[in-house]
Design a protein around this ligand. Sequence first.
Ligand code: GLN
Length: 248
Amino acid sequence: MCRHLAYLGPPVTLGSLLHDPPYGLLRQSWAPRDMRGGGTINADGFGVGWYPDGTDPVRYRRAQPMWSDTTLPELAAVTSAGAVLAAVRSATVGMPLHETAAAPFAEGRWLFSHNGVVRGWPDSLVPLAAGLPVRDLLTLEVPTDSAVLWALVRHRLRAGETLGEAVAGTVARVTAAAPGSRLNLLLTDGSTVAASVAGHALSVRQRPGSVVLASEPFDDDPDWRAVPEGRLVLATAAGLDVRELTTV
Ligand code: GLN
């Protein structure tokens, strides 16, 4: 069920995160090592967002499997950034196959991804969506659970919440409205990453000056640490904070 990753640190090529590692997102698109919650491959699209120096992030998204994109490897080999968020998608049954459904979702400085599913979609989300500005609903990029989650997170960010508050608050509200949902969210502004571990796996590789958060380790480096269920991870290039999701 979808795999995602975020990187913060000195500029690296997109290829060093996606293509070069033995179990990078490219490999995970056809042979993920952990697919709890159903699905066998992540072939329903992919996306990568990165922060060029001094500007808001840009994205490259496609509705096709990552392995079938012959342009991306060349682009990724020469594009470097110090902040990256990327994902490969395994669409939940019944959800549209379109590049707008592939993470990352974006606005301004923010990039967002969701690994999981909202139970009882779409009815279970109606009470929460009713609290959003009508304009946000009319301009939803695509009718998927992930796009509505992004609208909920973004509404909190616009109201001034921190990344961690927006992620934890959204997970709490959606879990209450749709019990049993899987809600691994990944959110960054290019300086901080907030990630929830709620139903799917997440691992962290921290080194001096850099951090990678990923649904599964992309190599066999012993520095990878699995984050336990029910946690919120707040990461910058300089440090890591892991706390109970419910205490934020
Ligand atoms: N439910 C979301 C979608 O269909 C995310 C799917 C996933 O995590 N596999 O896009």
